[in-house]
Design a protein around this ligand. Structure first.
Ligand SMILES: O=C[C@H](O)COP(=O)(O)O
Length: 264
């Protein structure tokens, strides 16, 4: 079975206008190049707001940057009278290769449930976009010791009705809500426990091949100072980074760590 290429994705959330986006992507590319980053060893993706995507596409195409870009959300609808929505086809035309789906901030502030997350996952896959499906428990669930069953129920919801062929393409990001933006990173053991359980669930739902192909990321207060211990875990294949991805040097340091660990 082919090794899983680590994925480092920077979720900018609702930060940076299109001028700032261009500046950050340029700076990130320069910083990684100066550090002789080998893009074959680690995939680097940024997730700007919708309004920045065209500018990022123009820059990436013009300078032939090996940096991918993702949307932070995607519509479950194909087209038509859905004011404010952005379709998978529209995003695909912009060269978007990944879409964050079911982030806890959308689940919380926009009442997204597992059924909607599943529909968005399907919409992304239907347009050739890889969904980065976010799952993870809140503090109350963690304190009750129910993080594994809670998170696996979200995985089941997101993948309901999805074929094995499509499931193998999906990225799952385990983001315990209590670790997001709080500076309170999960311990490596906490991350491994749930990421391993997610992979085991994929094997149950599909096959060992699908479980072995899917990249499982960790997200929640990842920084250059803690990424090494998280990435050392067997079932963690990358990170979904929020705040720390807004600084080119810091995000590059997170990415560079991984380059070094694979001997580049
Ligand atoms: O999507 C990213 C996560 O919400 C993590 O955010 P954070 O790194 O600022 O904690």
């Amino acid at each position: 079975m082919a090794a899983r290429t680590p994925l480092m994705a920077g979720n900018w959330k609702m930060n940076l206008d299109h001028h700032e986006a261009t500046h950050l992507v340029q700076k990130l590319a320069w910083t990684l190049k100066d550090a002789k980053h080998d893009f074959a060893g680690v995939e680097v993706v940024v997730c700007p707001p919708f309004t920045d995507l065209r500018s990022v596409q123009t820059l990436v195409d013009a300078d032939k940057l090996e940096i991918g870009y993702a949307s932070q959300d995607i519509s479950a609808h194909e087209k038509g009278a859905y004011t404010g929505e952005v379709s998978a086809t529209m995003l695909s035309k912009l060269g978007v290769s990944y879409a964050v789906v079911g982030h806890s901030e959308r689940r919380e502030h926009h009442a997204e449930d597992d059924a909607l997350v599943g529909a968005k996952t399907k919409a992304a896959l239907g347009a050739g976009i890889v969904p980065i499906v976010c799952v993870g428990e809140g503090l109350d669930v963690r304190q009750a010791g129910e993080q594994v069953s809670y998170t696996l129920a979200q995985v089941d919801g997101a993948l309901a009705g999805i074929s094995a062929e499509d499931a193998a393409k999906v990225v799952i990001a385990y983001e315990p809500v209590w670790a997001i933006g709080t500076g309170e990173v999960a311990t490596p053991e906490d991350a491994q426990e749930v990421c391993a359980a997610i992979r085991a669930r994929l094997a149950e739902l599909y096959s060992a091949d699908v479980a072995g192909a899917v990249r499982v990321l960790y997200g929640g207060s990842v920084k250059s100072t803690n990424v090494a211990s998280i990435m050392a875990q067997t079932d963690v294949d990358g990170a979904l980074v929020g705040g720390a991805s807004l600084q080119a040097e810091e995000f590059a340091a997170i990415v560079r760590f991984q380059s070094h660990s694979v001997g580049l």
